[in-house]
Structure formats: C-alpha cells, structure tokens
Design a protein. Structure first.
Length: 511
C-alpha cells in the first residue's frame, strides 16, 4: 500500500486535507496499541506532505498491466487469522479473533468469500462492498484483511476475485509484503491473464457476420492449441473466454462453435457424431456463472449429448448466407466425413460452387475429385483445368499435381518441359514431393540434362522435410556420386534416417 491508500485519500490533495485525515485516523491507531501500524500511518502522513507531482503513479502499459515495480516499502505487522468459513480444503491457522464490533475484518472476509462463491463475476463490486465495511476500522484491521485475502487467493482458485484484489490493492506496485513470494505469484498469474485477454480480444464483438464467426473460431482454436498443454495458461485462457462471452452479445452459433473448437466438448469415436460436454467445461460454472450459462444455453443438449456438430452447423449457416469460403469448408466436411457423414456428391457440389467463385483451395479440391473420380466421373481434362487455375494462383499442391499430369500423360499430351516448370514452382514453395520428383528428373535426365548436383540439391531439401525416399537418394549420392564431394558419415546418417522411416532397402528405389 502506498501513502495515499493508507490515508484513504486521492493523490495530490491539499495539505489541510492530509492533516485532517491524519488527525482522524490517528485517534484509532495509537502507538501504545500497535506501534507498527502507528509508525506506518505516521510515515504515510509525512510522505504525503512531501508529495511532488513527479511522484505520481505512472499507469502500467496496456500490454503489461501487472509488473513488479517500485512502491512504498513498509514493514507489515505480524498478524494471525483463521480461514474464511467458506473455505474448507486448506484451512489457515485457527486463531481466536477478538470482536471489535459487528463486523470484524475476519467477518468481512467471510462475507466476501461467501458472496463471491455464489456470484464470482461480481468480484469487483463485492470487494468494494467489503472494503466499505472496513472504512471505520483501524489501519491494522485493513492490513490484516488484505493479507488474509492474499493467502486465501493463493490457496483457492478464485480468478475474478484475484484480478479485482490485485488491481484494488495494487499488489504489482507495493513492496514490503510479509508474503512476497505469494504476491509475486499472483502478480504473474494476473499478467498471464492480461496477455491472453489481449490475444483473444480481436475475436470477440457483437453482431459478427457468419463468415467472421467461422474465421474467428478458427483463430481461437489456434490460440487454444498453443496453450492447452500448459495447465496454468489454460486456466486463465478459460477465464478470459468467459469474460468475453459475458461482455458481448454473441450469437448462439458462435458460442456453440467455440465450445467445439476449444474442446469444451468431445466425442468417444470419430464415427460417433454425438458430442458430450467435458469436465473442464462443467467446472467453469464455479468460475463465472453468467458466462458459463450463456455458453451452455447456446447448444441444444439432448440429454447428455448434442448433435449435429456445432462447427458444421455454423458453416452451413454461413454457406446459406452466400459466403463462398463457407461453401469450400462445407465441401471439405462432406469430403472428409468428420463433423458430418461423408457424402462425396454433396462435397463435389459445394466445391464446385466455391471454385467457380475463385476459392483457390476449392479449385484444387475439385481437381482432386475429377482426377480420382470421387463424387463424379473421372475426367483428367477437367482435373487439369481446375489444377491449372489453382496453380496459377500459387497453390503448391495444384502445381505438383499439374506437373505429374504433364510428366505421366500419354502421348501427345506428355510435356516434360511443362512438368519441370510446375515441379520447380511447387518445390520452391517447399513442397516435399515436388522437390523429390524434381530431383528424380535431374538424376534421370528426364526433360533436362542429367545433373547430380541439382538432383542432390532437391533430394536434400525433401529429405530434410522427412520424405524417406529423398533421404535414401541423398544418402546414395553422398556415398557414390562423383559430382559432389563424397561423405560417408553423411551417407550413413541419411541411410539410417531412411531405414528408421521405413525405407526397407530404399523401398525398391534405385538411382
């Protein structure tokens, strides 16, 4: 606590107000009763009188609202307390407290914890109410209350109350606590929360379009995947999500989508298209009642399950609104048969609509369906048409497929020069199979003069991405080539990698 918090004044008030406040407080804080508390009050009084505009607090930067920085260092009086009545898991020392009136600091703490357990999302208001009961108490009572609350929040996960208390008591600015390790730990947790909150904020707003909901849902899923393996980060991520859900008017479609993308629901097997809420989701009810209820009401539970997939429903809704990206996503769902039963004809129809509206991935997918004869009759000419459109727009997989069609087509459609061109386009984008087959064309002299140096270059790039046959050919070139420096150590390394990846005898491949 700084001098202004101790005195209960706004920074920079006039000197006469400081003196009046000190005179009032010192009546209830006599040196013979509590020397430490009196000394702290007296020091605060003297510091307030010396106050200079340059001493005003500087607000923390938005991206780092919690930061251990300079503060007023004062010794804290030794105090004992019992745990709030609402907490039974890890009781604090049970010490008898002498009553100082209707509301002792311990009674106020009990009341705060009980109210917060009932409606945790009202933590700031509950804490303000609790402190109002302590206004007429002596300084020692407020200090005891603050320290007891600090210890309680360390033992019990009350995230919204923790955030409110950290801001109210300025734990990130105050030094000299009797519990510095706990204070630091709580500050770090708050900092973690604010960083996560800043990260997810762009993906929450009222009146999102169906397409925005789809795209935002995918972004939220990416953030979740990056945090899910860290228990502490995941806890605060969930709280940040609940706060945002409570803050904005979100559609049921978007909230249901989040439930699925953030793994708040699960299904036992891929082919069983019934989703059940997870224990992690159900535990959120204790942390933020209103946010939890909004999410729960967004899905239509049938007993313990809901179906169909929320992701599918959201995508269908966007598709019906005419969003071409949703058409592609819907086609992909029907093609893969994950969120919905596989239906290749419906997949073909949705891919066609999206491809005709220049969705590059849909053009590639349509080429695959024509090439393989899935959902439609096999038609290499149509496949080439759609691969070409996607390839011209930079799709590396389409460039690779186009190269193979040009390389392996029957005469007179076979065109090695064109194949080489498309292999090179895909390979320079990092397509491992294109790199390998480009190496094959150079090592065999197909459509180009035989060149072991160029072959080695492309085999090595593919090998480094894990393609086992490229690893085998890289090893052979290091072992046998006369065009590149032989290196038996590197040859052994790549032979071993290829063998471990399943290239038994190089899988029958030969240079």
């Amino acid at each position: 606590m700084n001098c202004w918090e101790i005195l209960g004044l706004q920074p920079g008030v006039e000197e006469r107000d400081i003196k009046r406040r000190y005179a009032k407080l010192v009546k209830n804080c006599r040196p013979e009763d509590s020397p430490e508390a009196w000394q702290q009050l007296h020091d605060a009084y003297e510091q307030a009188l010396r106050y200079d505009d340059e001493d005003q607090w500087q607000e923390e930067e938005e991206e780092q609202p919690i930061n251990m920085s300079r503060g007023i260092v004062h010794p804290r009086p030794v105090m004992t307390f019992r745990a709030p009545n609402t907490f039974s898991g890890h009781p604090l020392p049970d010490v008898t407290i002498k009553s100082e009136g209707e509301f002792t600091w311990q009674a106020v703490l009990d009341m705060l914890c009980e109210e917060n357990e009932t409606t945790p999302e009202h933590a700031p208001m509950q804490l303000a109410k609790a402190l109002s009961f302590l206004e007429k108490k002596d300084l020692s009572s407020r200090m005891c209350f603050e320290e007891a609350l600090l210890l309680h929040l360390h033992r019990v996960f009350r995230p919204l109350l923790t955030l409110a208390a950290a801001q109210t008591f300025r734990w990130h600015l105050v030094a000299g606590s009797r519990q510095p390790a706990i204070q630091t730990e709580i500050n770090e947790s708050c900092l973690l929360y604010y960083r996560i909150e800043k990260q997810i904020t762009p993906f929450f707003a009222s009146n999102l379009s169906p397409l925005e909901e789809m795209e935002n849902g995918k972004e939220m899923a990416t953030i979740y995947q990056s945090l899910k393996d860290n228990e502490e980060s995941l806890k605060w991520f969930d709280i940040a999500v609940l706060n945002k859900v409570a803050e904005f008017e979100l559609s049921d479609n978007y909230m249901a989508l989040l439930i699925e993308y953030l793994s708040y629901s699960w299904r036992k097997e891929k082919m069983i298209r019934k989703w059940k809420l997870t224990e992690r989701f159900n535990n959120l009810a204790m942390q933020h009642h209103s946010g939890y209820k909004k999410l729960l009401n967004a899905i239509k539970l049938k007993g313990l399950f809901y179906y169909p997939s929320s992701v599918f429903q959201s995508c269908l809704h966007a598709a019906e609104q005419g969003y071409s990206l949703a058409w592609y996503s819907l086609g992909k769902m029907y093609y893969e048969g994950d969120e919905v039963s596989q239906d290749l004809k419906l997949a073909f129809n949705w891919f066609t609509r999206a491809a005709q509206h220049n969705i590059i991935d849909a053009q590639y997918a349509l080429g695959i369906m024509y090439s393989d004869g899935r959902g439609t009759d096999k038609n290499i000419s149509e496949a080439r048409k759609w691969f070409l459109l996607a390839a011209q727009n930079g799709n590396a997989s389409a460039q690779y497929k186009l190269a193979r069609i040009s390389r392996f087509a029957d005469e007179p459609l076979r065109n090695y020069e064109e194949a080489l061109q498309w292999y090179l386009s895909a390979a320079t984008q990092g397509h491992d199979l294109a790199q390998y087959e480009l190496g094959q064309m150079y090592i065999q002299g197909i459509g180009v003069e035989r060149d072991e140096v160029q072959a080695h270059r492309w085999f090595l790039q593919s090998a480094e991405q894990g393609y086992l046959y490229a690893q085998y050919h890289t090893a052979r070139l290091y072992s046998e080539s006369e065009s590149i420096p032989q290196d038996q150590e590197k040859a052994l390394y790549w032979f071993t990698k290829a063998a471990k990846n399943g290239a038994d005898g190089a899988g029958g491949c030969h240079v």
